[in-house]
Each structure stands twice: as structure tokens, then as C-alpha cells.
Write a protein that binds this ligand. Structure first.
Ligand SMILES: [Zn+2]
Length: 335
């Protein structure tokens, strides 16, 4: 099996994946680690490769390619280009823009944008990503500055800065550990407290700024300390500060301003997920991240998952559960 962690540079990676065949081989090895090709439609193990490079299942007589059910399914873009784009995303700490992928991979900007979003789709934050110990919390607002807006688009009654038209993002970071961040409707206590309860272990120590919405942290089972930023107080004795989460925001803002320039509200969560993933894997090398990303890209629903959900369990009805399987796969890969 290919050891992805040995690709420490782009050159080492492109030198290895010189042909499409090599890429397909890598996907096959990652999917079927024990070398037994399993039919994605019926789970049969009697599959044979045909002359066209596709497999024929002897049980259900259906044909399938190695990419079916993976992130690369039905793609018309060469796998080498996909691998290169994935390597860029995993190795560049400030992300890569679609224009860069367009030039380096020789695809249109639209295609590059689509590729990058598919790759970002691999990152969704896990719901069970729980934080404990000392957790810092803070919110930030993303959106254009009032001073740069056209008269007709300015927010009325603002004094130079306004958060009314900006999108709030809420973040929590465990000291020396992981970060969880998400786009939120608003930054009211009743919106944020359920999120805190979901991700932060009860009894943890929480540090915030002086904002009102954090007042209830003590009531819902956390030890709460704060620093008063409006009084220019940034650190209290015993390391009470929110500098770690501020550091994450600073990095996130630089990525948005310097690499992506503009992100739409609709896709903002994906950019947040990308940066959260990067932060949480900051101790890994680019090659480790590439290996992890590849594993996620070829991960697919096992046919048994579909069978267990389906009332149709006989092989004669495989087309029905194939549709079901596609829908399941779509809901995880294309959402
Ligand atoms: Zn089959």
C-alpha cells in the first residue's frame, strides 16, 4: 500500500503519480486494503477487471470503476490534477485560491473553484469534538468595512463601524488543543450557550471577554472568568486571557483577506471548516495531512450500511438500494 506520508514535497508527489493508472491504483489500494475488490452495489467479492479498466461484478453483472462512490466519482478532470490540488490544500497554511489552481493545474477558474469546494467538503467538523480543561471563547464579525461601501449600500445610522450587516462567527479553543468555530445567526446568549454545552465538557474553565452573552456560563455548569477588553485589560493574573482564540481569528482573517479576498455567506462555513482543520492538524506535516485527506476522499458508505437501512435486502433489488446508496453518499459528499 502506498505510504502517502513519504510525499514531503510537491515534486515527490508528482514524480510518483506520473500516470492516471498510478492514481487509480492508489485509490484501489486505499479502498480495498486487503486486495479483494468489493462490488459497491451488491457487496459481491467476485469482481474482475475488464479491458476498459472497469470492474465487472459476477454477482449482479454490473460494471463499476474504481472511483465510484468516492470524491472522484464521475469526474472528467484528470486524477493527477485532483491529487495536485489536494496536495496544495494540505500543504499551504493559508489555503490556495481557485486562480492558483486554474494556472497550476490548467483548468478553468470555475472548475478550480468546484474542485476546491469538493476538497473543503471533506473537512466538516465532527459533532463529538469535545473541548475540556481551559477553554477560551470569542466571537468575530466578517464583512466589508462601512467606509469602503458605496453610499447606497452603507448601513444607515452607523458611526463608521457596524456589525449589523456582518456575519458573526463564534469560536472556542482548548488551550493547547483543538478549536471549534462556526457561523452563527447572532451572538445572543440563548444562541451561544447551547453550542457551548454541546462542545465543551461540563465543569471546564472558560475564559471570555466582558460581553454580556457570556454571563450565563456560570449558571450552565462552567467556571467562568473574563478580561475586560473595553478597559484595555488583556491578561489577568493566572493566565486569564483570550489570546489563543484571538490568534486563531487573526490567522483566519489573514487567510480570507489575503488568499480568498471575498467569500459568500453561503459558503463561509466551508472556509471556516478548512481553517479549523488546518489549526487542529497544525502539528502534522503536509504529507500526513495529504494522507488523511486522501483517506477521507475515498471513504464511502459500505454497502452493508445501505442494506441495514434498507428493507430491500435481496440482490434482485440492488438497483433500488443503489439509488439509496447514491443519495446517502451525496448527502455526505455534496452537501
Ligand atoms: Zn455486484
Amino acid at each position: 500500500m502506498i505510504d502517502f506520508t513519504r510525499f514531503n514535497t510537491v515534486i515527490e508527489m508528482t514524480d510518483y503519480f506520473v500516470t492516471e493508472e498510478k492514481c487509480r491504483q492508489a485509490i484501489a489500494e486505499a479502498r480495498w486494503a486487503d486486495g479483494v475488490v468489493v462490488c459497491p452495489y451488491c457487496g459481491g467479492v467476485h469482481c474482475k477487471m475488464g479491458k476498459d479498466g472497469r470492474y465487472l461484478c459476477k454477482d449482479c453483472r454490473d460494471k463499476f470503476s474504481v472511483t465510484v462512490g468516492t470524491m472522484f466519482a464521475n469526474t472528467k478532470i484528470s486524477l493527477r490534477k485532483w491529487f495536485l490540488a489536494m496536495y496544495y490544500v494540505s500543504s499551504h497554511k493559508k489555503g490556495v485560491s481557485s486562480c492558483l489552481i486554474m494556472r497550476d493545474c490548467g483548468v478553468s477558474q470555475k472548475t478550480a473553484w468546484f474542485m476546491l469546494h469538493k476538497i473543503r467538503g471533506l473537512y466538516g467538523q465532527a459533532d463529538d469534538n469535545s473541548l475540556s480543561g481551559t477553554v477560551e471563547m470569542d466571537e468575530m464579525y466578517l464583512g466589508g468595512r462601512e467606509i469602503n461601501k458605496h453610499e447606497s449600500k452603507k448601513t444607515p445610522n452607523n458611526q463608521g463601524r457596524s456589525t449589523k450587516t456582518k456575519t458573526p462567527i463564534f469560536g472556542m479553543i482548548e488551550r493547547g488543543g483543538n478549536v471549534v468555530a462556526m457561523k452563527v445567526e447572532n451572538t445572543q446568549g440563548r444562541t451561544l450557550m447551547p453550542i457551548v454545552s454541546q462542545f465543551v465538557e461540563s465543569g471546564a474553565t472558560t475564559y471570555t471577554d466582558e460581553a454580556n452573552m457570556y454571563n450565563k456560563l456560570g449558571e450552565i455548569g462552567y467556571i467562568h472568568q473574563f478580561v475586560n477588553h473595553s478597559q484595555r485589560e488583556y491578561v489577568r493574573p493566572c493566565d486569564i486571557h483570550t489570546n489563543s482564540i484571538e490568534g486563531f481569528w487573526a490567522h483566519f482573517k489573514r487567510v480570507i483577506f489575503c488568499t480568498y479576498h471575498m467569500v459568500s455567506k453561503d459558503y463561509l462555513q466551508r472556509y471556516i471548516d478548512e481553517q479549523v482543520y488546518r489549526w487542529n492538524t497544525r502539528k502534522q506535516s503536509a504529507s500526513q495531512r495529504f494522507a488523511d485527506m486522501f483517506k477521507k476522499a475515498v471513504k464511502r458508505f459500505d454497502y452493508t450500511d445501505v442494506l441495514s437501512l434498507s428493507s430491500v435486502v435481496s440482490i434482485e433489488h440492488f438497483r433500488e438500494y443503489r439509488t439509496m446508496y447514491y443519495n446517502l453518499w451525496k448527502s455526505t459528499h455534496c452537501a
